[in-house]
Design a protein around this ligand. Structure first.
Ligand SMILES: Nc1nc2c(c(=O)[nH]1)N[C@H]1C(S)=C(S)[C@@H](COP(=O)(O)O)O[C@H]1N2
Ligand SMILES: [Mo]
Length: 516
């Protein structure tokens, strides 16, 4: 029996495994080439990331909400992995459809190339030059696919002198794509903001906050520490890749309804009078009892002072801020300008330059407002405007225009569903009502009478307060705890449950535990 008869390939079709490899390696070459070019024209131009970013922006709010709830900050990893699975499946499928002729694969690559191009084109943080990345992807993908396909077809021909030509070519393409992709990765990170941040050195505020008193938290009883270390500060943003902005390339433009347009460099901001303020930030997406809240000593310049220098015109209502990656935020101007509000353009956090993920070189922080209406990271543009003229990112997606932080409290200990010996149970947690201040926290066991908790020392009304209370839980069995805070305006948290959309959750946090 001849060798040809064994392989049985006399019908001109590629064997399935070769067809699949053509598709997969075409994809690998496309992604690698795009990644390399993106290292030069902007990391987000890498077609894979650009498509991911567009997916985030196009995702309906309910789905995004669900993703954050389910996967927390791993939501981006989940998205990227999901995209990878889809791409691999499509590439393999396109290969299989191309066993007789490369037409099907060519069409699929073309369609994906155009989609990548549109995704890059739609990004507000990229110029036209960035289209070079998806173009490189398209060309590399097309060329690789067709080249491999031709080699595979030749191998199938009867009497072909060397039947390993395809596999050799495939190996070369795989190695080449790996090298090119790695090169893109290395080049891209060498331009990262880390080295610029390291060169900033010590920030020296004219007015420092005093050290945190020892009785400002009850960490021994299970509350968070009063200041959140930078590494554990919660992080929420729409950026798939953390924007890399070097201090020396950064500037902030203040314009719109102002008497004079101003532009500040990093040196300008740093050279102004720096202040330090202790502020608890939280996210509107924080569920009752959720973790999206943290506290830091922010160092920066008074935001109201910058605006007054520019001269705010009558009729202005909104401070519309934009970050390098195109995310936008609308803050009520009267809140920013309010005397004593303490709104900051921050460049430091807990004694260090802002961490890159928290907005290096500069971000906004406004005590008492949820992050999405006040906390623009990597901010480069401040436009003084009206509500009519500009609509910010989350406003467009159904969230409220005005979003002051809602007075809330959370039980940190005991943990839900824990088992404790009957007797004295110390209950501890946090409460917050930024810029108003916490007056009282009460705790209730099994729908009994409310017991007032002991509060930690006040550091500032712009930050959270910790609380603790010891209860006698003698009866064995299942128990439920609830807590509620009253703020200094006299408002007591409502029991009524409201979802996070459109302006923050309400309701009492409850915890169930067992004594045995
Ligand atoms: N550029 C940019 N800034 C942003 C966001 C964003 O998506 N992009 N998210 C905002 C939201 S919703 C919150 S809650 C805070 C979170 O700040 P953090 O990540 O430093 O905790 O940043 C705000 N600033
Ligand atoms: Mo948020």
């Amino acid at each position: 029996m001849s060798e040809i008869a064994v392989s049985g390939r006399t019908d001109g079709r590629l064997r399935a495994s070769h067809a699949v490899l053509c598709g997969l390696l075409g994809l690998a070459a496309a992604l690698a080439a795009g990644h390399l070019v993106a290292a030069f024209v902007g990391r987000n131009a890498s077609p894979y990331l650009a498509v991911g970013n567009s997916a985030i922006d196009l995702t309906p709010t309910w789905l995004k909400d669900w993703a954050v709830r389910t996967f927390g900050t791993a939501d981006k990893l989940v998205l990227l992995s999901g995209m990878a699975v889809v791409l691999v499946a499509v590439a393999a499928g396109a290969g299989l459809l191309s066993r007789r002729s490369p037409l099907a694969g060519t069409v699929v690559i073309g369609v994906f190339g155009v989609l990548g191009g549109i995704a890059v084109f739609a990004r507000p943080d990229l110029g036209q030059l960035a289209l070079a990345a998806p173009a490189a992807s398209l060309l590399a993908g097309l060329w690789t696919f067709r080249w491999l396909h031709a080699r595979a077809a030749e191998d199938e021909e009867i009497g072909s002198p060397d039947r390993r030509r395809f596999l050799l070519g495939a190996g070369a393409v795989a190695a080449g794509a790996g090298l090119v992709g790695l090169g893109g990765q290395l080049l891209g990170s060498s331009r990262s903001a880390d080295s610029s941040r390291a060169a900033v050195g010590e920030l020296e505020p004219a007015r420092r906050v005093p050290p945190v008193p020892a009785d400002a938290d009850f960490t021994k009883l299970g509350t968070p520490s009063f200041l959140t270390p930078n590494e554990s500060f919660y992080r929420i943003d729409t950026a798939l890749i953390v924007p890399q902005v070097r201090a020396e390339d950064w500037s902030l433009r203040v314009h719109g309804l102002v008497e004079r347009e101003l532009t500040f460099t990093y040196g300008d901001i740093r050279g102004r009078r720096l202040v330090e303020r202790t502020i608890t930030m939280c996210c509107v997406s924080n569920e009752v009892g959720g973790p999206l809240i943290s506290t830091a000593n922010f160092i920066g310049v008074d935001l109201a002072e910058l605006l007054r220098e520019a001269g705010v015109q009558r009729g202005a209502q909104q401070l519309y801020s934009t970050s390098t990656d195109g995310w936008t935020c609308g803050t009520p101007l009267d809140v920013v300008l309010e005397p004593g509000r303490g709104a900051l353009l921050a460049i430091g956090m807990n004694g260090e330059p802002l961490p890159v993920e928290h907005g290096f070189p500069a971000r906004m922080v406004v005590p008492g407002l949820y992050g999405y209406v006040s906390g623009t990271k990597w901010v480069t543009d401040l436009e003084v405007t009206t509500w009519e003229a500009r609509r910010a990112y989350w406003l467009e997606r159904g969230w409220a225009r005005e979003a002051p932080v809602k007075t809330q409290s959370r039980i940190d200990s005991p943990k839900g569903f824990s088992t404790l010996p009957p007797g004295r149970v110390v209950v501890a947690g946090i409460a917050w009502a930024q810029h108003t201040g916490i007056e009282k926290v009460e705790v209730r066991l099994d729908r009994g009478p409310w017991r007032e908790a002991e509060l930690s020392t006040v550091v500032t009304d712009d930050a959270w307060r910790m609380w603790q209370v010891a209860l006698d839980v003698t009866e064995p069995g299942s128990h439920q705890l609830a807590c509620r805070a009253t703020d200094k305006s006299g408002y007591t948290q409502t029991e009524r449950r409201a979802p996070v959309l459109p302006d923050g959750a309400t309701g009492w946090h409850t915890v169930t535990f067992t004594t045995r």
